[in-house]
Design a protein around this ligand. Sequence first.
Ligand code: PXG
Length: 290
Amino acid sequence: MQVYLNGKLVAKEEAKISVFDHGTLYGDGVFEGLRSYNGRIFKLEEHIDRLLDSAKAIMLIIPLSKKELIDAVISTVRANDIHDGYVRLVVTRGIGDLGLDPRKCPIPSVFIIADKITLYPEELYQNGMEIITVPTRRNIPEALNPCIKSLNYLNNIMAKIEAIHGGVHEALMLNSEGYVTECTGDNIFIVKNGTLITPPTWVGALKGITRDAAMEIARINGIDAIEEVLTRYDLYTADECFLTGTAAEIISVIKIDSRKIGTGKPGEITLKIMEQFKELTQTTGVEVYV
Ligand code: PXG
């Protein structure tokens, strides 16, 4: 495996980050998780734009232009001959000293890993998954805005641990007021009376790229797709529910906090969006091998 590290492709064994890097010392950095399908990188420009926005929000100046970042991702995928895989693009504040001051970190570190991906078990894609609400709340936007895809994922990791201890794969996270935000690495949607609804990002959710794609697919099919504040009651009484994310893609949720959702099977609109999303991933995206 070849890893992109600060402008060079190096062997996996050589791809090392300093213990003085503020990414490791403080989680000071931003990242993106992308996918390639059928030799194309899905929504590459959208991911780079979000990375640039995350970096801007934390005042991290990435030493590469948008075009250079795009080229670096493509080169890394090509160097590893990945046709269907996962790409992790990370920019940290860089090497500094043992203090928070980012002025001590003159050069950000940039690395890109292109690898295979492990999914939830196939059975869950067929039959839907169960999730539970966990005690850990999503970060409040006033502290660390969940729109920033930062290297601080402890909030989500604690929620994930709570889900696993609860015997399920995924956690529903609420904001400090108790409204539904998202899961640990996925956005959440419900279908109610034929309308697709997801919480607005200001509630405390990432502006997911798969989320945008799901809403676009819905609208193309004449299904209303709206952003609305949701409570757990809205989820329990929904006709359908599903999660979206680059890693998870689109997966149906059939049980939440022991309540069966809809019929207890993946819903009609969910299945339609899943199918068309699959089609989109296979036929669009930036071609790597041209
Ligand atoms: N919410 C959060 C908190 C995320 O981290 C999403 C929603 C979905 O966004 P996209 O743009 O991917 O549709 C994410 C991103 C993993 C993993 O390995 C998943 C994400 C990030 C990091 C790791 O499961 N999902």
